[in-house]
Design a protein around this ligand. Structure first.
Ligand code: ADP
Ligand code: MG
Length: 291
């Protein structure tokens, strides 16, 4: 019997740390002995850079535009520790559907039975999370990924994007869509930031999978074109990414989140903003849960 391939999608607002986190998860998983493919689904096409010494790889859409017949070898590039790297790519800005690259790329790999041929254990899709069009919902909607994780900081725009993602997951949850594994809380250095993401997770019926601090080690590694797992394997930050990777590898049961409606989300954010202001002005010395 063919082994079951674990397929995971990581969503989140642009610039929040999806590619950094995903690449470190891939790198950590590969060191734990898993065969991993990282599939970049952001038109920025820089998901796999730190697995490849900072180098950009040709995207699936670009290659399809240039060649009449495309083989898997033209699309898949090996990076750190043998990790398979793919970038779906995107249309020229302002033209066409950004989700098309994802659909086309996934179809092509499926037709050529690439996951089976390469004996992949885990595929991680790194997807732009400002879910503004149906294309980006493809990994959720089509049941391509089974588990979705979102990277969010305690910033309102990141939480807003996560809440939108939850709406997308909820919408397809009864028709075979992917379910939510939880939130990867990134750049959490302050106690109040932890309280905010904890409160959001609780209100939307999900969980925090891992708190990831903001760390200069990540910046230093990135400047060398490397993941922290590769550049600073003995650092505290690498230990955090390894712990996260283990949780994701062992994760079995995802659930349907309970997103807030727009008015609730605004009210929630406002009550936190009031508390943070009180903290700043010295009116209070700690903050708890919002209303
Ligand atoms: P996304 O893929 O969500 O657009 P990136 O992973 O490219 O975002 O991250 C954006 C920037 O933030 C990068 O320069 C990255 O190094 C930095 N970054 C992300 N997470 C951390 C962290 N935990 N500590 C320090 N820098 C981080
Ligand atoms: Mg990215």
């Amino acid at each position: 019997m063919a082994k079951k391939i674990k397929q995971i999608a990581i969503y989140g607002k642009g610039g929040i740390g999806k590619s950094t986190t995903t690449s470190n998860i891939s790198a950590a998983l590969s060191k734990l002995g898993y065969k991993v493919m990282q599939f970049g689904c952001d038109p920025k096409s820089d998901s796999t850079n730190t697995l490849r010494g900072g180098e950009y790889i040709p995207t699936v859409l670009d290659t399809l535009r240039e060649k009449s017949s495309v083989k898997a070898n033209d699309l898949i590039f090996q990076g750190f520790n043998g990790i398979y790297c793919v970038e779906a790519g995107g249309p020229a800005p302002g033209v066409g559907c950004a989700g098309r690259g994802i659909i086309t790329a996934v179809e092509l790999l499926k037709q050529q039975k690439i996951f089976e041929k390469l004996d992949i254990d885990i595929v991680i899709y790194d997807v732009l999370g400002d879910v503004v069009c149906g294309g980006f919902a493809v990994p959720i909607r089509e049941g391509i990924a089974e588990h979705v994780f979102t990277v969010s900081s305690a910033d309102f725009m990141a939480i807003y994007a996560a809440n939108n993602l939850f709406k997308g997951i909820q919408k397809y949850s009864n028709s075979g869509g992917a379910l939510l594994g939880g939130i990867i809380a990134n750049s959490i250095n302050q106690p109040y930031a932890k309280s905010i993401v904890d409160d959001f997770a609780q209100r939307t019926s999900t969980q925090i999978v891992q708190y990831v601090p903001r760390s200069v080690t990540v910046t230093q590694s990135e400047l060398q074109g490397k993941t922290t797992i590769e550049a600073a394997p003995d650092s505290e930050q690498a230990a955090v990414y390894t712990a996260l990777a283990k949780k994701i590898a062992e994760h079995e049961k995802s659930t349907t989140p309970a997103p807030l409606d727009v008015a609730e989300l605004r009210e929630w954010a406002k009550s936190w903003a009031d508390q943070l202001l009180a903290l700043e002005t010295g009116a209070v010395t700690s903050v708890g849960q919002s209303i």
